[in-house]
Design a binder for this molecule. Structure first.
Ligand code: CDP
Length: 230
């Protein structure tokens, strides 16, 4: 089987919309591989913070991106032999990640690495440009969103559960700033592409959102198999 025949489900959308949660649940159901592309940008941010890198130094950040020594081991993320799963979830890393993600050369340095996650029996991935840039031939593209207020509540709950202090008003402001930066950058901006299905989860539970993604995928899968048979 050719690499480009391996099915990919690409979920893009704004900050704290629940993409990661849904993508991981669907990955388990389908026994697919999972790529959290945002984690790569957060890892660069963490390395930049640790080394007091100049955030305006694009070449240095690109080198960090190219040389990232990271292992995704089930739910653990290991950077340079150290578990950083929780550390990269801080708002500080998120904000810095979104600044770094605006540099085209940093994005370019991550492209090949992201595509290596396309392995049998399939891949589900989430981010901002998974369907538009990294996997344009994904069989199913979804733009997953929710209102900013609901996203701030979800992010708050997620951080508190991880033992990280957070304040809803600050989170809402961060989310709005991040939406603005991610949507207005010139390279791979956050936007719903014409071929992506919209999934607004403002009023949906996690399991309803998960079921919607699975039913869309099954629909496409059934159509493709009947095409193959005929
Ligand atoms: O917390 P949130 O879900 O917003 O963030 P994330 O998915 O972990 O990504 C952190 C930041 O990385 C985002 O604000 C984006 O600016 C950037 N990002 C990106 O530009 N492209 C991706 N494919 C994934 C993340």
């Amino acid at each position: 089987m050719q690499k480009n025949e391996i099915p990919v489900i690409a979920i893009d959308g704004p900050s704290a919309s629940g993409k990661g949660t849904i993508a991981q649940l669907v990955a388990k159901k389908l026994a697919f591989h999972y790529l959290d592309s945002g984690a790569l940008y957060r890892l660069i941010a963490l390395k930049a913070l640790q080394s007091h890198a100049d955030i305006l130094d694009k070449d240095l950040l690109t080198n960090i991106a190219r040389d990232l020594n990271v292992i995704f081991n089930d739910e653990e993320i290991i950077l340079d032999d150290r578990i950083v799963t929780k550390e990269i979830r801080s708002e500080q890393c998120g904000i810095l990640a979104s600044q770094i993600a605006a540099y085209p050369q940093v994005r370019e340095a991550l492209t090949k690495r992201q595509r290596t996650f396309r392995q049998l029996p399939g891949l589900i991935t989430d981010g901002r440009d998974m369907g538009s840039v990294i996997f344009p031939d994904a069989v199913l593209k979804i733009f997953l969103t929710a209102s900013p207020e609901v996203r701030a509540q979800r992010r708050h709950k997620q951080l508190i559960e991880k033992g990280i202090n957070a304040n809803i008003t600050d989170l809402l402001q961060d989310i709005q700033k991040r939406d603005e930066r991610d949507s207005n950058r010139s390279v791979a901006p956050l936007q719903q592409s014409a071929d992506a299905r919209l999934l607004d989860t403002t009023l949906l539970s996690i399991s309803q959102a998960q079921d919607t993604v699975l039913s869309w995928y099954n629909e496409i899968f059934a159509k493709n198999s009947s095409l193959n048979v005929n």
